[in-house]
Write a protein that binds this ligand. Structure first.
Ligand SMILES: [Zn+2]
Length: 342
């Protein structure tokens, strides 16, 4: 049976519900994240491969054939190392023995699939994506697989991170001098050109709901919403997506009635969200929370986590997510990250 995957968009500021036009802005221009509201309150799991089994909670009507999807398993060895008895890992990468088939090895593929599909359905124009590496690689891979055009803008030093497993004739790759923020500036300029459009980053509900399949896979595998959700964050969009997916699971009713507590981390010394949150502020103050940003960014071990304009204070963003879930953000130093990796 083919479900139509009916949904509407809702502004998290004014609550207005409206049909999806492909825009990522409230019709009344509120500065707030716009969310999907699905008519299917109980999560149906379709008999499809990868993330498309959660198709009814994705803002698309067509169903691209993809293998990419999250895979959740109960950790034994790592859990023992940490002294935990109920640790589940949602793996987003390539691991054939576990049927994990994200070919670029980045969970950004989960964002790229519904985002490119939604843009094609809504005839939004050719998407322009800024990236420090993972997002660009994921969008290039998925666009090539779907034979759909995309423009990817990355810092020059991220170029070695951009590759695909198939020929990518529909991908235009542009490199810029500077860091991720410079790539974002250039992508905004390009997106204003005719027939092109900014994909919207965290503001794009398709990106968030694509990443939200991590929580859906986790909860359907475990049988309940987890008590804690742990992730390293640059923009925090993955955590926002997990929070939104959890709210839907609570409304579903079969997976428990609590939201998972968000346990997030940023890489010291570039930790604007950790600084603002731990000071109890909704707004990031550039002078105190990310002084010497360029220098701090150049020092971090995980430079994919260095977003200078995260969706933190915006209505429906990470501050609201942490507030509602009783969450926290820790600062992790490079030596701690290396030790944990070992
Ligand atoms: Zn609004």
């Amino acid at each position: 049976m083919i479900s139509m995957g009916d949904y509407q968009i809702q502004c998290t500021a004014c609550g207005r519900l409206y049909p999806d036009t492909g825009s990522n802005e409230c019709p009344d221009r509120h500065a707030a994240l716009q969310r999907t509201v699905y008519s299917a309150q109980r999560l149906p799991c379709a008999d499809l491969t990868g993330m498309m089994r959660f198709y009814d909670w994705l803002p698309v009507h067509n169903r691209p054939v993809v293998t990419a999807g999250p895979v959740t398993y109960k950790s034994e060895v790592f859990a023992r190392e940490l002294g935990l008895s109920h640790l589940y890992v949602t793996f987003n990468g390539f691991w054939p023995e576990k049927a994990a088939a994200i070919k670029t090895c980045s969970f950004k593929e989960l964002e790229a699939v519904p985002t490119l599909a939604r843009a094609a359905e809504k005839k939004s124009g050719i998407l322009v994506v800024a990236s420090a590496g993972n997002t660009g690689r994921a969008f290039a891979q998925v666009a090539a697989g779907m034979n759909t055009p995309v423009v990817v803008v990355v810092p020059k030093k991220s170029l070695p991170r951009i590759w695909t497993t198939v020929p990518a004739d529909t991908v235009l790759l542009i490199t810029v001098e500077g860091d991720y923020s410079d790539a974002i500036s250039m992508s905004n300029y390009i997106a204003d050109l005719p027939h092109l459009t900014a994909e919207g980053g965290a503001k794009n509900c398709a990106r968030r709901d694509g990443m939200g399949t991590v929580m859906l896979d986790g909860a359907t595998t475990i049988g309940r919403i987890p008590d804690y959700y742990v992730q390293a964050v640059g923009s925090g969009t993955g955590a926002i997506a997990a929070w939104e997916a959890s709210q839907r699971l609570v409304r579903d009713g079969r997976f428990g009635h609590h939201l998972p507590r968000m346990v997030l981390s940023q890489n010291h010394p570039f930790i604007p969200m950790a600084n603002a949150w731990n000071a109890g502020r909704r707004e990031i103050d550039p002078m105190t929370d990310m002084a010497d940003a360029t220098q701090a960014i150049s020092e971090v071990y995980a430079d994919v986590l260095t977003n200078r304009n995260p969706p933190y204070g915006i209505t429906g963003g990470l501050f609201d997510c942490l507030t509602e879930t009783g969450g926290e953000i820790a600062a992790v130093r490079n030596d701690e990250a290396r030790r944990a990796q070992t």
